[in-house]
Design a protein around this ligand. Sequence first.
Ligand code: FES
Ligand code: FES
Length: 151
Amino acid sequence: MKIALTVNGECRETEAWGGESLLYVLRERLGLLGSKNACEQGECGSCSVLLDGVLVCACLVLGAQADGHVVTTVEGLADGDRLHRVQEAYVQAGAVQCGFCTPGLVVATVDLLESNPSPSDDEIREALSGNLCRCTGYAKIFDAVHRAAMS
Ligand code: FES
Ligand code: FES
């Protein structure tokens, strides 16, 4: 089947098999490799994207379900060479090691700050609870979220 979706402000059309995930469509059909594929079962958050402004795990959404909808991936956050303030905060806080979790965490942080510009630690913990990081121990991620909130 053919699907058409708006990705990072651009109208994209692609072939897609009915059973393939939005994550597969983004990575394999559209060449957007920012959203990571770790568990493919909604456990890790590394594939987090915004679908019509709602945070979702792209591995749990069918590509066909995104037909006619608007998707924002981590690639759509920066303004040209200028990083999004959340991306900048992750860099400044040193909240990145292997980086595999980072795109999902950045998208989830953007989503959090949209609805709650000044979250408490508990609110950050709750909002990012679906995003697993095996490297950082989370302290620097908290720091990054607070930095982004203050920037
Ligand atoms: S790859 Fe989607 S939640 Fe892990
Ligand atoms: S930086 Fe490696 S999983 Fe988070």
